[in-house]
Design a protein around this ligand. Structure first.
Ligand code: SAM
Length: 279
């Protein structure tokens, strides 16, 4: 049974990393007019209440998106603009953010008429909230396994593909499952842009994922890691993103975004990145 609820962690430094990467990849792909088929394999509930009990209990957004929000008037990198505009729309009042979009909402707010989004969610409560949110939007929700669902939908009819794979990794085998699915998905759509998030753990469990992908035959795999400057003794020490087929110039632009919010008064992290597998 699934017990993970993303609202406890919504807007933390890892969400900032993941959602900055997603919005950057999508806006860069939209430099061309051709349609993008979007797939969000582990969508969650789409919108989070940062003032509610769950998010307040962990306070994780305080060292994540709330810090970015406090810096907003000083941010020069124009690639923050889509995120800041959506946050401002959802939070018209002064003060800390109370509403924070989950990944399907980031996809959806950037969607053009020609783009589509299919969002998968397995948890019954989370999928009900996702379906309710999607009712007035051009988003197809599928209640079920996102990895199987993705493979069943590939190759897409649209000429371009953008996929976010963001499991909760509640099951240890998820790392292996994700890498195997990515291998199959890439074989069905080699030009697709695939973003995979994973936690960096003191146990080193996550290492299965980059290790497997490195030897999988998939080409053009970019690796971006945000390492906490003050990591805990046990648990998550950083946030990892794998990007297959990053748009040209993606790494410089992501680095410029993260660099601006990485100081002591922002996300307290180091950014390291490079090719896991080059072309
Ligand atoms: N992508 C979301 C975001 O960025 O806002 C957060 C997603 S959260 C990390 C992972 C979600 O995956 C949880 O809501 C969980 O219920 C769901 N989940 C777990 N296993 C799944 C599966 N096999 N297929 C689809 N969803 C799954």
């Amino acid at each position: 049974m699934l017990s993970y609820l993303h609202e406890f962690h919504a807007g933390n430094f890892a969400d900032v990393h993941k959602h900055a990467s997603l919005t950057l990849a999508m806006t860069m792909m939209q430099a061309k007019p051709s349609a993008i088929a979007g797939f969000d394999t582990h969508a969650g509930s789409a919108e989070h209440d940062l003032a509610g009990d769950r998010a307040s209990k962990t306070g994780e957004a305080d060292s994540g998106i709330q810090r970015v929000w406090r810096l907003r008037d000083r941010l020069q990198a124009r690639d923050w603009s889509p995120m800041l505009a959506e946050l401002a729309r959802l939070n018209p009042d002064e003060g800390p953010l109370t509403r924070y979009p989950g990944s399907p909402a980031w996809f959806s707010c950037l969607q053009r008429a020609q783009d589509s989004l299919t969002a998968f969610e397995l948890h019954s409560g989370e999928s009900s909230r996702l379906q309710e949110w999607a009712r007035k939007r051009r988003v197809t929700v599928q209640v079920g396994d996102g990895l199987e669902g993705l493979l069943g939908a590939l190759p897409p009819r649209a000429p371009r593909l953008l996929v976010l794979i963001d499991p909760s990794y509640e099951i240890k085998d998820d790392y292996r499952l994700v890498s195997r699915t990515l291998e199959k998905a890439w074989a069905r759509c080699r030009h697709g842009v695939f973003l995979v998030w994973y936690p960096m753990l003191t146990s080193g469990l996550h290492q299965v994922l980059p290790d497997h992908l490195g030897g999988s035959g998939i080409r053009k795999v970019w690796h971006s890691e945000l390492l906490l400057n003050a990591p805990p003794e046990r648990g998550m020490t950083g946030s990892g993103m794998l990007v297959v087929n990053p748009p040209w110039g993606f790494s410089e632009r992501l680095d410029a975004m993260i660099g601006e919010v990485s100081g002591r008064d922002g996300l307290y992290v180091k950014h390291r990145q490079g090719w896991l597998v080059p072309e």
